[in-house]
Every structure is written in structure tokens, then in C-alpha cells.
Design a protein around this ligand. Structure first.
Ligand code: ADP
Length: 648
């Protein structure tokens, strides 16, 4: 069932009766008191002046009943005086029996209605009806007013041939004017200095029945710049006269928000393009880096003069540094695009910490600093998580701590922050006695490319380490933050959630611990279009295992032809190649060759770390990956693994 909304008409109202005949006033009061449809209080004033004074202090009347013959004013001018001062009042004119014509003119002039007074008799029914209508009209106008205020929107009407102009209060407020103090006539509006003059801009551009909208910037007397949306429609009445109705809306805030949004979108777009360029340039740099590092390593294994050894060693060290930067940039880009695959392996924490110590204590020794790592007894050793990423974060924090400490040392403590039956949260605290970080920079250092510059210190790094560390920690559901005091040192805290490993011995990773790397003589096919990379891989492998033969195919088609001729124990496959790329070649081998050739292990060599690339590789039948540029040890281990578990 649908209920009609509450009309509000049964509420109590007030009526102002300006009437000098007190007995007549009493009669009106009595009639209204008897009415159930319009309950009200009647306030009676006997002169126009008293009536206007009452309205001045209190305008909360549903209607004003106005007698036109008063001691201080008679005739039509009584109405005019009242309307000029109170244009928004609902005025109901009371006229004598013979003055019906005056009543009609009063309505034309702006009165809401007129009622004819008969001596002794007043049509009570009509009075109540008129007053109810007044009240309803007042309510509608006040709601319209509220809506206009909320929307910062006002309406106006103009009829130039009759010099008529009206604007709602909100129009005045939009132009920073007080409607109770200022109103403009049609003639005022024509003056260029009139604040509402801009409303006419559209009026001159249209003829009936056209409508037009325009945005306009207006400078207020306060110098504030306003953006308004003007809409104007031209009408023609039956007499052929033209009038205009318009709407003006203050859209300054929407405009500002829109401009902010545009600026933000542009900034985001620029940042994305910049990231993309940096990532793709970095990516392109990995292949030549492979050659530089590979050949430097090979060169170091040849007889060299001491001076030459120094030169080559420093080429190798600089290349490693450059490679670290390239890898950081690529990792930031992968993390920002959610392209890093999360791993979950069983690992032992204490050996991981030992490894951290054994690598980092050399750096500490170089600067005569101490390095202590302690792990609380209640911290479980066998855990499930991503040991590589955990190490990466700890190496970064300890590396920074040593970098920014000149005396004293660095202490790493691992404690149990929280635990449940299956899960633990470990707390790693890396404390140094170094230069410290100003309080206001404690958050900024986690932003990409942020470094605190100090003219007295020179150090390597491009300010990516901590932002990568924080993103990694957060990827795994943890938290990374810092506390510090300038001159006294810093503590970097990490909360890292991990699962506890089941009591059964962890499955050994197939690639761990292979010190001997002994393999049987075998033939490997290297499918790679880049000549320098061909040489590096071939030389490294044949030097490591002279019993290995590495044959080279320049692209996929050549590889397939070579596989026709002979069998290979393993294929190293570049992914991007001319003629037939690594994915197509692998698909062909898996689908069109016959076993055992179709089952040969294929290892992709890729510079991409994105999980999507890895997934695509697995989908076509690639067994594993070698990241370019590769660490020699990683290359040897993975090749050893596949050659020592023959597929034939
Ligand atoms: P980078 O990779 O260049 O070292 P990071 O993101 O790791 O950059 O660190 C950003 C900045 O934070 C550093 O350049 C340094 O100013 C400051 N910082 C990081 N760790 C420490 C620390 N332990 N003590 C003092 N300052 C530090």
C-alpha cells in the first residue's frame, strides 16, 4: 500500500491580518478558529506601518490578509508599498464588494489572491481554501529555495520590453550579494558594472524558441574567480513579446575537482610511461651485460698480467653494480604491476642467517665494524615461505646499516612476535650505530628513488632498495618500518608472517647442494640468435665440463633441423628469436617430434622475471628457466640437475 507523503498542512500556522476594523478582524479570527482544515493564530495590525514593522521582525506568516483602506494608506499604493518591501510574501487583498476590479489589478500586480469583504458575511470556506493554498505555496517556495542553496543554482526571468527582471535569492548569493539588501531592476542589469550583467550574455544570442548554455568565468568584487554555467531559453507570449528564462549554476568546485582529476590522470599517465621506458631500457641492457660479465669472467680465467687482472676485476665489479641497479629497477616495475610470483618453500632460518653473516661480515671488517646476528631460541627453524625474498630484504637492511655506519657496528635480532598453531610472525630488528635519519625523512626513505643527500658522504645506490624491501615485505603480508635518531643510529623493523613446516623432514630442493657437478659426456643444443651470448654460454659450459659439447642454432628452424640429425641431452632456448621464437620451437618439438626427442628437457633463457612469462613457458612445455644475465653457479647447478636425471 502506498501512503501519500505527509502534507504538513495540519501544522499550526500564523496569519498576519492588516485591518483597522477590529470587529471585522475578530470575525476573521473566529471563522479561522472554527476551521479544522486550517489551524492558525491570527496576528492583527491596524495600520500599514505596524504591519510592515511586524513583518520586518518576523516573516514566518503563511499569508498576509491586507485591507487596502487603512488609516495610514489607502488604495492600490497600500499593496505596492507592501510588495516592494516584501516581494516574497503571499498577500491576499481584502476588497469591498464594489472593488472587485481593484482585486483583479492587485493579483496582476503580484498579490497572491483577493477576497471580497461583505458586511457581516465573509465566505469562510473560500478564506480557508485561499489560506491553505498560501501555506502550500510558501512551503514549495521554501523547498525550492533550499534545493537552490544546496545546488548553488538560481533561476531568473527577464522581459526587456516591460522592464521586468526577477532573480531568485540564490542568483544573488552566487554573485556574492546579499538578497535581503540588494535587488536589481531590469534597467540596472543593462549597465556593464552591474554584478548580474553577465546573465545577459546569452540573452542577446538567442531568439525564441532557442535555448543555449555556456560556461563563463566571472571575477567577483572580492577578486575571487567564479565559474558559472549559464542556461537561457527565449520564449514568445501570445502578444508577440519576447521574454527569457535562465538558470545560473556555480560550478567552480566541480571545475576545480575536474582540473585536479585531469592533472592527477596526466601525472599518473606520465609516471606509467616513465616507468615503462625505464623498465624496457633496463631490460635491453641485460643482454649486453650478460656478454660483458661472461667475457670478463672468462678473461679472468686466462693468464693475465697483474695490472690486466686488476682492470678486468674492476670491469666485473662495476658490471655487477650496474646489474644490481638494473635488477632493482626491473623488480620495482614487476612489484608495482603485481607481476612477481610469490613463492612458498620449506626452508631453515638459521642457515639463512648464517649465510647473511658470512657474506656481510667481510663488509663489516672492511670498515672495522662489528656484525652480530642472534636468533631467539623460541623461533622455530623449519619454516615455509620465500627464503630468497626474506634474504633479499635482510641483505638490503644489513647492507644499508653497514653503509651508513662509520663506527660501532650492526646488530640483527630475530624474535617471535606472535604465533598460532600453524603460523608465526617473526620480528627482525636491524640496529646500527650509524648516522641516523631525520624524523621527517623516516617515511620518505621508503619511496622509490629517495636518498638523503649529504655533501660530506658519497655512496652508491639509487634509492630503490628500501622501496623494494617494503613492497616485498607487504606482498608477503608483513610490515617494514624504521626508528632513528640523527647521530645515534637507526633500527629497521620487519614483521614477516611465515608458516611452520610440518614435522616430517622437508623435501629437499632438487637444486640444492651439488658440489661436485659431475656429469657424463653429453651434447647440448643452444638455441640463441645473439652471437655474444652464444659464445659466453658455450665457453662457460665447455670450460666447466670439457666432456660437454655445446652446439649452436641461430633460431628455432635451425634447431629443429639439427634435432633431425642427432639427439641432444638438453636444450637451452632463448625466447625471443627471429624466424621461429622459443615458444613456437618448443611447441613444435613437443607436438611434432617423436619420443625421445620430443621429451628432451628444454630450459628457457629469459631476461623477463614476470610470472606471466613463466606461465606461458610452462604452458608450451618448457621445463625450467635460466635468468639472464645468469649467475654462473645458478647456470651450472640447473644444467647439472637436468643432465644428471636423464630423460632417455
Ligand atoms: P639505496 O638502494 O640507494 O641504498 P635505499 O632505498 O636502500 O637506497 O635507502 C634510501 C635512503 O635511506 C638512503 O639513501 C639513505 O639516505 C637512507 N638510509 C637507509 N638506511 C639507512 C640507515 N641504516 N642509516 C641511515 N640512513 C639510511
Amino acid at each position: 500500500m502506498i501512503y501519500k507523503p505527509h502534507s504538513g498542512l495540519e501544522d499550526f500556522s500564523r496569519v498576519l491580518l492588516i485591518e483597522d476594523d477590529t470587529s471585522y478582524a475578530r470575525l476573521v479570527e473566529l471563522m479561522l478558529n472554527e476551521s479544522e482544515l486550517f489551524r492558525c493564530e491570527v496576528v492583527n495590525c491596524t495600520t500599514l506601518e505596524a504591519g510592515m514593522a511586524t513583518l520586518e521582525t518576523d516573516d514566518n506568516f503563511a499569508a498576509v490578509l491586507l485591507d487596502l483602506s487603512l488609516p495610514d494608506s489607502t488604495g492600490f499604493s497600500t499593496l505596492e508599498s507592501l510588495l516592494t518591501r516584501f516581494p516574497n510574501q503571499n498577500i491576499i487583498v481584502l476588497t469591498g464588494l464594489d472593488d472587485e476590479a481593484i482585486g483583479v489589478s492587485a493579483v496582476k500586480a503580484g498579490a497572491q489572491d483577493f477576497l471580497i469583504k461583505r458586511t457581516g458575511i465573509l465566505d469562510g470556506h473560500l478564506l480557508v481554501k485561499t489560506l491553505r493554498f498560501s501555506k502550500e505555496r510558501k512551503q514549495i517556495i521554501s523547498r525550492l529555495e533550499e534545493a537552490q542553496r544546496a545546488a548553488r543554482l538560481g533561476h531568473w526571468e527577464c522581459r526587456p520590453d516591460r522592464h521586468f527582471f526577477f532573480a531568485s535569492d540564490e542568483v544573488y548569493r552566487i554573485f556574492d550579494l546579499d538578497p535581503s539588501l540588494t535587488t536589481y531592476s531590469c534597467d540596472d542589469l543593462l549597465l556593464p558594472e552591474c554584478p548580474l550583467n553577465p546573465l545577459l550574455i546569452l540573452q542577446w544570442k538567442i531568439t525564441p524558441p532557442q535555448e543555449r548554455s555556456e560556461e563563463l568565468r566571472v571575477r567577483l568584487s572580492s577578486d575571487e574567480i567564479l565559474t558559472v554555467l549559464l542556461t537561457c531559453k527565449a520564449h514568445q507570449d501570445v502578444d508577440g513579446g519576447v521574454y527569457y528564462r535562465g538558470i545560473v549554476q556555480d560550478i567552480t568546485q566541480q571545475k576545480q575537482a575536474e582540473e585536479l582529476r585531469k592533472a592527477r590522470d596526466l601525472a599518473e599517465h606520465t609516471a606509467k610511461v616513465r616507468e615503462k621506458v625505464i623498465a624496457s631500457v633496463s631490460h635491453e641492457m641485460r643482454t649486453p651485460m650478460n656478454a660483458i660479465m661472461g667475457f670478463s669472467s672468462l678473461l679472468l680465467q686466462t693468464p693475465l698480467q697483474p695490472e690486466q687482472t686488476r682492470y678486468v676485476t674492476s670491469i666485473l665489479q662495476s658490471s655487477e653494480l650496474l646489474l644490481d641497479i638494473i635488477n632493482d629497477i626491473l623488480q620495482v616495475s614487476a612489484l608495482q604491476h603485481g607481476q612477481l610470483s610469490l613463492k612458498s618453500d620449506v626452508f631453515e632460518l638459521r642457515p639463512l642467517l648464517q649465510q647473511l653473516h658470512s657474506v656481510m661480515h667481510f663488509r663489516a671488517m672492511e670498515k672495522s665494524l662489528s656484525l652480530e646476528i642472534s636468533c631467539h631460541d623460541d623461533v622455530p627453524d623449519k619454516l615455509v615461505g620465500d627464503p630468497q625474498r626474506l634474504s633479499q630484504v635482510l641483505f638490503n637492511l644489513v647492507g644499508n646499516a653497514l653503509k651508513f655506519t662509520d663506527k660501532g657496528g650492526v646488530k640483527v635480532t630475530v624474535t617471535l612476535e606472535a604465533h598460532s598453531e600453524r603460523q608465526v610472525v617473526l620480528h627482525f630488528a636491524v640496529k646500527d650505530s650509524g648516522i641516523g635519519i631525520p624524523k621527517e625523512e623516516l617515511e620518505a626513505i621508503f619511496e622509490a628513488f629517495t636518498r638523503i643527500t649529504d655533501k660530506d658522504r658519497f655512496y652508491e645506490g639509487i634509492g630503490l632498495g628500501l622501496s623494494i624491501a617494503r613492497m616485498l615485505v607487504e606482498e608477503y603480508g608483513g610490515r617494514l618500518w624504521a626508528e632513528s635518531e640523527v647521530g645515534a643510529g637507526s633500527v629497521f623493523h620487519v614483521h614477516w608472517p611465515l608458516l611452520m613446516a610440518a614435522a616430517t623432514p622437508a623435501e629437499q630442493s632438487p637444486l640444492v647442494d651439488d658440489s661436485l657437478y659431475a656429469i657424463e659426456p653429453a651434447r647440448i643444443l643452444l638455441v640463441e640468435d645473439h652471437q655474444l651470448n652464444q659464445l659466453v654460454v658455450k665457453h662457460l659450459l665447455e670450460k666447466k665440463w670439457p666432456q660437454l659439447t655445446v652446439e649452436v642454432a641461430n633460431h628455432g628452424d635451425e634447431a629443429i633441423q639439427m634435432m633431425d640429425q642427432r639427439d641432444y641431452a638438453l636444450i637451452l632456448m632463448d625466447l625471443q628469436m627471429p624466424v621461429r621464437d622459443g615458444y613456437e620451437t618448443t611447441t613444435y618439438i613437443r607436438q611434432h617430434l617423436t619420443a625421445p626427442k620430443s621429451r628432451v628437457p628444454i630450459l628457457a633463457m629469459t631476461a623477463h622475471i614476470q610470472s606471466t612469462v613463466q606461465e606461458n613457458c610452462r604452458n608450451v612445455g618448457i621445463n625450467d628457466f635460466i635468468m639472464k644475465p645468469f649467475e654462473q653457479d645458478q647456470l651450472f647447478r640447473i644444467i647439472h640437475h637436468y643432465l644428471s636425471s636423464p630423460y632417455l
